[in-house]
Write a protein that binds this ligand. Structure first.
Ligand code: PLP
Length: 387
Protein backbone atom coordinates (compact mmCIF):
# COMPACT_ATOMS: atom_id res chain seq x y z
CA UNK A 1 0.00 0.00 0.00
CA UNK A 2 1.53 3.28 -1.14
CA UNK A 3 1.28 6.34 1.05
CA UNK A 4 1.17 9.50 -1.02
CA UNK A 5 3.01 11.69 -1.52
CA UNK A 6 6.06 9.49 -1.95
CA UNK A 7 8.90 11.16 -0.06
CA UNK A 8 12.11 11.40 -2.08
CA UNK A 9 13.65 14.42 -0.32
CA UNK A 10 15.78 12.77 2.37
CA UNK A 11 18.61 15.25 1.82
CA UNK A 12 16.30 17.97 3.14
CA UNK A 13 15.48 15.97 6.24
CA UNK A 14 14.60 12.48 7.40
CA UNK A 15 11.87 11.19 9.72
CA UNK A 16 12.97 10.31 13.24
CA UNK A 17 13.47 6.57 13.60
CA UNK A 18 10.85 5.29 16.11
CA UNK A 19 13.71 3.72 18.13
CA UNK A 20 15.30 7.17 18.31
CA UNK A 21 12.07 8.68 19.64
CA UNK A 22 11.78 5.87 22.21
CA UNK A 23 15.32 6.52 23.38
CA UNK A 24 14.65 10.25 23.72
CA UNK A 25 11.28 10.21 25.50
CA UNK A 26 12.41 9.47 29.09
CA UNK A 27 14.76 12.46 28.93
CA UNK A 28 11.84 14.87 28.56
CA UNK A 29 9.97 13.61 31.61
CA UNK A 30 11.41 11.15 34.13
CA UNK A 31 15.11 11.78 33.45
CA UNK A 32 14.81 15.52 32.93
CA UNK A 33 18.01 16.43 34.80
CA UNK A 34 20.57 18.99 33.72
CA UNK A 35 23.68 17.16 32.55
CA UNK A 36 25.79 19.79 34.32
CA UNK A 37 24.21 19.13 37.75
CA UNK A 38 26.95 17.24 39.57
CA UNK A 39 25.31 16.94 43.00
CA UNK A 40 22.35 14.63 42.47
CA UNK A 41 21.01 11.60 40.65
CA UNK A 42 18.97 13.60 38.09
CA UNK A 43 22.11 15.28 36.82
CA UNK A 44 24.12 12.05 36.88
CA UNK A 45 21.50 10.21 34.81
CA UNK A 46 21.51 12.98 32.21
CA UNK A 47 25.30 13.08 32.13
CA UNK A 48 25.48 9.32 31.70
CA UNK A 49 23.09 9.50 28.73
CA UNK A 50 25.14 12.31 27.16
CA UNK A 51 28.34 10.30 27.66
CA UNK A 52 26.83 7.32 25.85
CA UNK A 53 25.68 9.55 22.97
CA UNK A 54 29.15 11.07 22.75
CA UNK A 55 30.61 7.57 22.35
CA UNK A 56 28.00 6.64 19.73
CA UNK A 57 28.64 9.77 17.64
CA UNK A 58 32.41 9.34 17.98
CA UNK A 59 32.18 5.72 16.81
CA UNK A 60 30.29 6.77 13.68
CA UNK A 61 33.26 8.83 12.49
CA UNK A 62 36.22 7.06 14.12
CA UNK A 63 36.80 9.82 16.68
CA UNK A 64 37.48 9.84 20.41
CA UNK A 65 34.41 10.77 22.49
CA UNK A 66 36.29 13.71 24.03
CA UNK A 67 36.55 15.23 20.54
CA UNK A 68 32.77 15.62 20.08
CA UNK A 69 31.20 19.03 20.75
CA UNK A 70 27.39 18.99 20.76
CA UNK A 71 25.67 21.85 18.92
CA UNK A 72 22.21 22.79 17.64
CA UNK A 73 22.92 21.37 14.17
CA UNK A 74 25.24 21.64 11.23
CA UNK A 75 24.64 25.35 10.67
CA UNK A 76 25.97 26.05 14.16
CA UNK A 77 28.81 23.55 13.72
CA UNK A 78 29.83 25.26 10.46
CA UNK A 79 29.72 28.68 12.14
CA UNK A 80 31.71 27.44 15.13
CA UNK A 81 34.39 25.80 13.00
CA UNK A 82 34.87 28.71 10.58
CA UNK A 83 34.50 31.65 12.96
CA UNK A 84 36.16 29.79 15.82
CA UNK A 85 39.27 29.06 13.73
CA UNK A 86 39.29 32.55 12.23
CA UNK A 87 39.20 34.20 15.65
CA UNK A 88 41.76 31.84 17.19
CA UNK A 89 44.30 31.75 14.38
CA UNK A 90 44.01 35.39 13.38
CA UNK A 91 47.49 36.28 14.69
CA UNK A 92 48.84 33.68 12.23
CA UNK A 93 46.79 34.74 9.20
CA UNK A 94 43.40 35.67 7.79
CA UNK A 95 43.04 33.47 4.71
CA UNK A 96 40.58 30.59 4.26
CA UNK A 97 40.09 28.25 1.30
CA UNK A 98 36.69 26.79 0.47
CA UNK A 99 34.72 25.97 -2.67
CA UNK A 100 31.86 27.52 -4.62
CA UNK A 101 29.40 24.65 -4.07
CA UNK A 102 29.43 24.58 -0.26
CA UNK A 103 26.15 24.86 1.64
CA UNK A 104 25.00 28.39 2.53
CA UNK A 105 25.87 27.67 6.17
CA UNK A 106 29.50 27.72 5.05
CA UNK A 107 29.30 30.33 2.27
CA UNK A 108 27.36 32.90 4.30
CA UNK A 109 29.68 32.39 7.27
CA UNK A 110 32.64 32.98 4.95
CA UNK A 111 30.97 36.20 3.75
CA UNK A 112 30.70 37.29 7.39
CA UNK A 113 34.37 36.47 7.93
CA UNK A 114 35.29 38.60 4.90
CA UNK A 115 33.45 41.52 6.50
CA UNK A 116 35.51 40.94 9.65
CA UNK A 117 38.76 41.33 7.70
CA UNK A 118 39.18 37.79 6.43
CA UNK A 119 40.15 36.82 2.91
CA UNK A 120 38.45 33.78 1.38
CA UNK A 121 39.31 31.84 -1.78
CA UNK A 122 36.25 30.14 -3.32
CA UNK A 123 37.66 27.38 -5.50
CA UNK A 124 35.73 26.45 -8.64
CA UNK A 125 34.52 22.91 -9.30
CA UNK A 126 34.78 20.94 -12.53
CA UNK A 127 31.69 19.93 -14.57
CA UNK A 128 31.47 16.83 -12.37
CA UNK A 129 31.14 19.06 -9.30
CA UNK A 130 34.57 18.19 -7.89
CA UNK A 131 37.39 20.33 -6.59
CA UNK A 132 40.80 19.81 -8.16
CA UNK A 133 43.33 19.15 -5.34
CA UNK A 134 46.02 20.89 -7.41
CA UNK A 135 43.97 24.07 -7.17
CA UNK A 136 43.87 23.71 -3.39
CA UNK A 137 47.67 23.59 -3.33
CA UNK A 138 47.89 26.57 -5.66
CA UNK A 139 45.56 28.63 -3.45
CA UNK A 140 47.61 28.16 -0.28
CA UNK A 141 49.34 31.28 1.04
CA UNK A 142 51.60 31.82 4.05
CA UNK A 143 48.57 33.34 5.85
CA UNK A 144 46.16 30.43 5.12
CA UNK A 145 44.63 29.23 8.39
CA UNK A 146 41.89 26.82 7.22
CA UNK A 147 40.91 24.62 4.29
CA UNK A 148 37.19 23.86 4.26
CA UNK A 149 35.78 21.45 1.67
CA UNK A 150 32.47 19.61 2.09
CA UNK A 151 32.39 15.81 2.16
CA UNK A 152 29.30 15.40 -0.06
CA UNK A 153 27.20 17.99 -1.81
CA UNK A 154 23.59 18.34 -0.67
CA UNK A 155 22.18 18.99 -4.16
CA UNK A 156 24.08 16.45 -6.24
CA UNK A 157 25.50 13.97 -3.71
CA UNK A 158 28.94 14.46 -5.31
CA UNK A 159 31.82 13.39 -3.06
CA UNK A 160 34.92 15.54 -2.88
CA UNK A 161 38.46 14.08 -2.95
CA UNK A 162 38.67 14.43 0.83
CA UNK A 163 41.82 12.35 1.41
CA UNK A 164 43.84 14.12 -1.28
CA UNK A 165 42.81 17.53 0.04
CA UNK A 166 43.40 16.66 3.69
CA UNK A 167 46.87 15.36 2.80
CA UNK A 168 47.67 18.70 1.20
CA UNK A 169 46.38 20.55 4.28
CA UNK A 170 48.46 18.33 6.58
CA UNK A 171 51.61 18.81 4.49
CA UNK A 172 51.20 22.58 4.89
CA UNK A 173 50.24 22.44 8.59
CA UNK A 174 46.82 23.92 7.88
CA UNK A 175 43.72 22.60 9.70
CA UNK A 176 41.23 20.80 7.46
CA UNK A 177 37.48 21.18 8.09
CA UNK A 178 34.76 19.24 6.28
CA UNK A 179 31.00 19.74 6.39
CA UNK A 180 29.91 16.09 6.38
CA UNK A 181 26.22 16.79 6.99
CA UNK A 182 25.04 14.75 3.99
CA UNK A 183 27.63 11.98 4.25
CA UNK A 184 27.59 11.15 7.97
CA UNK A 185 25.55 8.05 8.67
CA UNK A 186 25.29 7.25 4.96
CA UNK A 187 28.81 6.21 4.00
CA UNK A 188 31.82 5.25 6.15
CA UNK A 189 33.78 8.21 7.49
CA UNK A 190 36.96 7.88 9.51
CA UNK A 191 38.51 11.11 10.73
CA UNK A 192 41.89 9.38 11.12
CA UNK A 193 42.06 7.74 7.72
CA UNK A 194 40.41 10.72 6.06
CA UNK A 195 42.81 13.18 7.74
CA UNK A 196 40.01 15.40 9.05
CA UNK A 197 40.65 17.96 11.82
CA UNK A 198 37.13 19.38 12.14
CA UNK A 199 33.84 17.85 10.95
CA UNK A 200 30.23 19.05 11.07
CA UNK A 201 27.20 16.75 11.22
CA UNK A 202 23.49 17.02 11.94
CA UNK A 203 21.08 14.49 13.50
CA UNK A 204 18.04 15.25 11.33
CA UNK A 205 19.82 14.17 8.16
CA UNK A 206 20.20 10.62 9.50
CA UNK A 207 16.91 9.80 11.21
CA UNK A 208 17.58 11.77 14.39
CA UNK A 209 15.85 14.88 15.75
CA UNK A 210 16.04 18.37 14.27
CA UNK A 211 18.03 21.00 16.12
CA UNK A 212 20.85 18.71 17.28
CA UNK A 213 24.26 18.20 15.79
CA UNK A 214 27.94 18.02 16.55
CA UNK A 215 31.32 19.39 15.66
CA UNK A 216 34.29 17.05 15.80
CA UNK A 217 37.41 18.89 16.95
CA UNK A 218 40.70 16.94 16.75
CA UNK A 219 42.61 16.75 20.05
CA UNK A 220 45.83 15.06 18.98
CA UNK A 221 48.26 15.16 16.06
CA UNK A 222 47.60 18.05 15.72
CA UNK A 223 45.57 19.54 18.57
CA UNK A 224 43.03 21.99 17.16
CA UNK A 225 41.65 24.84 19.24
CA UNK A 226 38.83 27.26 18.58
CA UNK A 227 37.48 30.48 19.99
CA UNK A 228 33.99 29.71 21.31
CA UNK A 229 31.13 31.56 19.65
CA UNK A 230 28.75 31.17 22.61
CA UNK A 231 30.03 32.27 26.00
CA UNK A 232 28.50 31.11 29.23
CA UNK A 233 28.93 28.21 31.60
CA UNK A 234 31.89 26.65 29.78
CA UNK A 235 30.07 23.52 28.64
CA UNK A 236 31.55 21.22 26.01
CA UNK A 237 35.18 21.81 27.02
CA UNK A 238 34.48 25.54 26.80
CA UNK A 239 33.83 25.35 23.06
CA UNK A 240 30.04 25.71 23.30
CA UNK A 241 28.29 27.01 26.38
CA UNK A 242 24.64 26.34 27.08
CA UNK A 243 22.63 23.70 28.93
CA UNK A 244 22.85 20.54 26.90
CA UNK A 245 19.80 19.44 24.89
CA UNK A 246 19.81 16.02 26.56
CA UNK A 247 16.85 14.43 24.68
CA UNK A 248 18.21 15.71 21.37
CA UNK A 249 21.71 14.48 22.13
CA UNK A 250 20.36 11.06 23.18
CA UNK A 251 18.48 10.95 19.85
CA UNK A 252 21.58 11.95 17.91
CA UNK A 253 23.57 9.17 19.60
CA UNK A 254 20.91 6.54 19.00
CA UNK A 255 20.54 7.61 15.35
CA UNK A 256 24.32 7.38 14.88
CA UNK A 257 24.35 3.91 16.42
CA UNK A 258 21.55 2.67 14.13
CA UNK A 259 23.28 4.11 11.04
CA UNK A 260 26.54 2.44 11.93
CA UNK A 261 24.77 -0.92 11.83
CA UNK A 262 22.57 -0.30 8.78
CA UNK A 263 24.96 1.77 6.66
CA UNK A 264 26.31 -0.89 4.32
CA UNK A 265 23.05 -2.71 3.63
CA UNK A 266 21.16 0.55 3.19
CA UNK A 267 23.80 2.02 0.86
CA UNK A 268 23.65 -1.10 -1.33
CA UNK A 269 19.86 -1.28 -1.32
CA UNK A 270 19.40 2.40 -2.11
CA UNK A 271 22.04 2.55 -4.82
CA UNK A 272 20.18 -0.21 -6.71
CA UNK A 273 16.89 1.72 -6.41
CA UNK A 274 18.57 5.02 -7.30
CA UNK A 275 20.24 3.52 -10.38
CA UNK A 276 16.93 2.03 -11.55
CA UNK A 277 15.17 5.37 -11.10
CA UNK A 278 17.94 7.21 -12.91
CA UNK A 279 18.17 4.77 -15.82
CA UNK A 280 14.40 4.77 -16.32
CA UNK A 281 14.12 8.56 -16.33
CA UNK A 282 17.08 8.89 -18.71
CA UNK A 283 15.09 6.94 -21.31
CA UNK A 284 12.72 9.93 -21.61
CA UNK A 285 15.44 11.62 -23.65
CA UNK A 286 16.91 15.10 -23.17
CA UNK A 287 17.63 14.14 -19.56
CA UNK A 288 21.11 14.17 -18.02
CA UNK A 289 22.73 13.51 -14.69
CA UNK A 290 24.30 16.47 -12.91
CA UNK A 291 27.61 15.65 -11.27
CA UNK A 292 29.93 12.70 -11.03
CA UNK A 293 28.30 9.30 -11.19
CA UNK A 294 31.38 7.56 -9.81
CA UNK A 295 32.06 9.79 -6.79
CA UNK A 296 28.58 10.14 -5.39
CA UNK A 297 26.40 9.29 -2.38
CA UNK A 298 24.53 6.03 -3.00
CA UNK A 299 21.03 7.42 -2.43
CA UNK A 300 21.13 10.64 -4.46
CA UNK A 301 20.74 11.66 -8.07
CA UNK A 302 20.27 15.09 -9.60
CA UNK A 303 18.78 15.15 -13.09
CA UNK A 304 18.00 17.92 -15.54
CA UNK A 305 14.97 17.44 -17.79
CA UNK A 306 15.43 19.72 -20.78
CA UNK A 307 12.50 21.98 -21.75
CA UNK A 308 11.03 21.71 -18.23
CA UNK A 309 10.94 24.27 -15.43
CA UNK A 310 11.33 22.25 -12.25
CA UNK A 311 9.50 24.59 -9.84
CA UNK A 312 6.05 24.54 -11.53
CA UNK A 313 6.51 20.83 -12.26
CA UNK A 314 7.17 20.08 -8.58
CA UNK A 315 4.14 22.03 -7.44
CA UNK A 316 1.92 20.30 -10.00
CA UNK A 317 2.90 16.84 -8.72
CA UNK A 318 3.18 17.74 -5.01
CA UNK A 319 0.21 15.56 -4.04
CA UNK A 320 1.97 12.51 -5.41
CA UNK A 321 5.72 13.14 -5.11
CA UNK A 322 7.74 15.10 -2.56
CA UNK A 323 11.02 16.12 -4.15
CA UNK A 324 12.96 19.30 -4.63
CA UNK A 325 15.07 21.05 -7.17
CA UNK A 326 17.90 21.73 -4.74
CA UNK A 327 18.51 22.47 -1.09
CA UNK A 328 15.55 23.06 1.22
CA UNK A 329 17.02 26.37 2.41
CA UNK A 330 16.96 27.81 -1.11
CA UNK A 331 13.73 26.14 -2.33
CA UNK A 332 11.85 29.46 -2.02
CA UNK A 333 14.47 31.17 -4.17
CA UNK A 334 13.48 31.42 -7.85
CA UNK A 335 17.13 31.74 -8.96
CA UNK A 336 18.68 28.66 -10.58
CA UNK A 337 20.89 26.59 -8.27
CA UNK A 338 24.30 28.18 -7.63
CA UNK A 339 25.71 24.66 -7.22
CA UNK A 340 24.69 23.62 -10.72
CA UNK A 341 25.77 26.96 -12.17
CA UNK A 342 29.20 26.53 -10.58
CA UNK A 343 29.40 23.20 -12.42
CA UNK A 344 28.93 25.07 -15.68
CA UNK A 345 25.22 24.45 -16.37
CA UNK A 346 23.48 27.17 -18.35
CA UNK A 347 20.48 28.73 -16.58
CA UNK A 348 17.75 26.80 -18.46
CA UNK A 349 19.39 23.44 -17.61
CA UNK A 350 19.91 24.47 -13.99
CA UNK A 351 16.24 25.50 -13.77
CA UNK A 352 15.26 22.10 -15.20
CA UNK A 353 16.86 20.08 -12.39
CA UNK A 354 15.31 17.74 -9.86
CA UNK A 355 17.05 16.26 -6.84
CA UNK A 356 16.02 12.75 -5.81
CA UNK A 357 17.22 11.64 -2.40
CA UNK A 358 16.11 8.19 -1.29
CA UNK A 359 16.03 6.94 2.27
CA UNK A 360 15.30 4.18 4.72
CA UNK A 361 11.57 4.16 4.01
CA UNK A 362 11.97 4.08 0.22
CA UNK A 363 10.57 0.91 -1.36
CA UNK A 364 10.81 -0.55 -4.88
CA UNK A 365 7.06 0.15 -5.26
CA UNK A 366 7.63 3.83 -4.50
CA UNK A 367 10.37 4.03 -7.10
CA UNK A 368 8.15 2.36 -9.71
CA UNK A 369 5.39 4.84 -8.88
CA UNK A 370 7.81 7.79 -9.06
CA UNK A 371 9.09 6.69 -12.47
CA UNK A 372 5.59 6.24 -13.91
CA UNK A 373 4.12 9.40 -12.45
CA UNK A 374 7.05 11.67 -13.22
CA UNK A 375 7.51 10.33 -16.75
CA UNK A 376 3.85 11.04 -17.53
CA UNK A 377 4.03 14.54 -16.02
CA UNK A 378 7.19 15.40 -17.96
CA UNK A 379 5.88 14.02 -21.24
CA UNK A 380 2.68 16.03 -20.74
CA UNK A 381 4.54 19.23 -19.90
CA UNK A 382 6.91 18.87 -22.80
CA UNK A 383 4.04 18.32 -25.20
CA UNK A 384 2.43 21.58 -24.12
CA UNK A 385 5.59 23.67 -23.79
CA UNK A 386 6.86 25.68 -26.72
CA UNK A 387 10.32 24.46 -27.65
C1 PLP B 1 25.81 20.26 3.53
C2 PLP B 1 24.95 20.88 4.58
N1 PLP B 1 25.50 21.66 5.52
C3 PLP B 1 24.77 22.24 6.49
C4 PLP B 1 23.41 22.07 6.56
C5 PLP B 1 22.62 22.72 7.67
O1 PLP B 1 22.25 21.75 8.61
P1 PLP B 1 21.24 22.05 9.80
O2 PLP B 1 19.88 21.91 9.22
O3 PLP B 1 21.53 20.99 10.81
O4 PLP B 1 21.54 23.40 10.33
C6 PLP B 1 22.77 21.26 5.60
C7 PLP B 1 21.30 21.09 5.62
O5 PLP B 1 20.66 21.12 4.59
C8 PLP B 1 23.57 20.65 4.59
O6 PLP B 1 23.02 19.88 3.65
Amino acid sequence: MLHLPVYLDHNATTPCDPAVVDAMLPYFTKNFGNAASRTHAFGWAAEEAVDLAREQVARLIGADPTEIVFTSGATESDNLALKGIFDKYRPKGNHLITCATEHKAVLDTCKHIEKMGGSVTYLPVDPQGRVDPAQVTAAIRPETILICIMYANNETGVLQPIREISAIARAHNIPFFTDATQAAGKIPIDVQEDGIDLLALSAHKFYGPKGTGALYVRRRNPRITLTPQLDGGGHERNFRSGTLNVPGIVGLGKAADICLHLMYTEANRLSVLRDHLEKSLLTLGDVFVNGSTTHRLPHVTNLSFRYIESQPLLLSIAKELALSSGSACTSANPEPSYVLKAMGLPDPDARASLRFSLGRSTTPEEITYAITHLSAAITRLRATSIR
